[in-house]
Design a binder for this molecule. Structure first.
Ligand code: PLP
Length: 306
C-alpha cells in the first residue's frame, strides 16, 4: 500500500484514497440514494462521535438501508481511519470525518453484481480553515433564497441524507448575489429553517432561539449550543421564527460541525445590531472552545490568508 496518501475505508478495506473507486451503478450516484454523517476532530481527536454515529443509524433506519456493520463496528472503523490518517494532518489543522453509505449497486437483468448490500465508505479530509477564516473575522452574510426547504411531509429533515440539491439550489441563488453569502432557507411555511450544512440561532434581549427539530436536522453542534445555554443559564427556546424575528434580532449565528458556531453579521443585507461577535455569541463561543479543548475561533483566524 502507498504510504504518501490519506487512506479511506471502502467495503471492508482501508485503501489509499486514489484507489477507493465506486461503481457507476452505485445507487448513491444513480438516485442520490445514500446517507452520511460528518464529525470533526479537535487537535486530531474526534468530538462527539457517539452522537454522530447515533444520528447516522437513525437516518439509516429511516431510509431502510442496512450498512452491514453494527454501530460499535462503525465507531471502531471511524477511529481507526482517523488514527491511520493522523500522519497526514498538518500542524494546527483538523479533519472532517465522514461515513457515507449508499443502498449499494443497481440491479440490471443479466448483469452480475460484484457485491450485494450497501456501499460503505469512511473518509476524512482537512477542514477548510483558510477559505472560511473570513467568516470569523467579518461574520457571515446570510441570505434567504426563494427556494424553500423540502417539507417534512416529503422528506424528513431529521435524516442526514446525501440529497442536497434542495439546499444546493438555495445556496447557488444566494452565492449568485455575492460568493460570500450563505443561504438559510425558509421552510415551506415561510419560517426560518436551516442552511446548507448549518442550523440558525437568533439572540434577542439576551434570549437565544432556534427553529424546532420538526423542521431541521438536529445538528450535533446545535445540541452542543443548547447544552451550553442550559449550563450557563442563558435562556433558550426552540420555536418557529419568522423573518421579522431575524430582522429585529440583536445577534445571529450559525452552527455546524466544521464552524462550531460562527456569527452572522447581515441578514438579507441588513446589518445585525450586535456587530460581529455580540456578547451572547461570544459567551457561547468561549464555552464551546472550553468544551472542545481548543480555541476554534483562533484556529480559523490563524489560517486566514495574508
Ligand atoms: N442542517 C443540515 C441540513 C446539515 O446538513 C447539517 C450538517 O451538515 C447541519 C444542519 C448541522 O449539523 P451538525 O452540527 O451536526 O454538523
Amino acid at each position: 500500500m502507498r504510504n504518501d496518501e490519506r487512506v479511506a475505508y471502502l467495503n471492508g478495506q482501508f485503501v489509499p484514497e486514489g484507489e477507493a473507486k465506486i461503481s457507476i451503478h452505485d445507487l448513491g450516484f444513480v438516485y442520490g440514494d445514500a446517507v452520511y454523517d460528518t464529525a470533526r476532530t479537535f487537535a486530531g481527536k474526534l468530538f462527539k462521535l457517539k452522537e454522530h454515529i447515533e444520528r447516522l443509524y437513525r437516518t439509516l433506519r429511516y431510509v431502510a438501508i442496512d450498512p452491514g456493520h453494527a454501530p460499535e463496528e462503525m465507531t471502531r472503523l471511524t477511529e481507526e481511519l482517523v488514527e491511520r490518517n493522523l500522519p497526514f494532518l498538518r500542524d494546527g489543522h483538523d479533519f472532517w470525518v465522514t461515513q457515507r453509505i449508499s443502498r449499494g449497486l443497481a440491479h440490471y437483468e443479466g448483469d452480475a453484481r460484484p457485491y450485494e448490500g450497501a456501499t460503505v465508505v469512511i473518509e476524512c479530509v482537512p477542514l477548510p480553515l483558510a477559505s472560511r477564516a473570513h467568516y470569523f473575522r467579518d461574520g457571515i452574510p446570510v441570505v434567504t433564497p426563494s427556494v424553500r426547504r423540502v417539507a417534512p411531509e416529503a422528506l424528513s429533515p431529521r435524516a442526514k441524507t446525501t440529497n442536497y440539491l434542495n439546499m444546493t439550489l438555495g445556496d447557488l441563488e444566494a452565492k449568485a448575489q455575492n460568493p460570500k453569502n450563505w443561504a438559510v432557507l425558509l421552510d415551506h411555511r415561510g419560517n426560518l429553517c436551516e442552511g446548507i450544512g448549518a442550523n440558525v440561532f437568533l439572540v434577542q434581549d439576551g434570549k437565544v432561539r432556534t427553529p424546532t427539530e420538526e423542521h431541521v436536522l438536529p445538528g450535533v453542534s446545535r445540541a452542543t449550543v443548547i447544552e451550553i445555554c442550559r449550563a450557563e443559564g442563558i435562556p433558550l427556546e426552540e420555536c418557529d421564527l419568522a423573518l421579522h424575528d431575524a430582522y429585529v434580532a440583536d445577534e445571529c449565528f450559525l452552527t455546524s460541525t466544521s464552524l462550531c458556531l460562527c456569527p452572522v453579521t447581515s441578514f438579507n443585507g441588513r446589518r445585525m445590531a450586535g456587530g460581529v461577535f455580540g456578547p451572547v455569541t461570544r459567551k457561547i463561543a468561549d464555552a464551546y472552545s472550553k468544551l472542545v479543548g481548543l480555541d476554534f475561533v483562533q484556529q480559523y483566524l490563524d489560517h486566514a490568508p495574508e
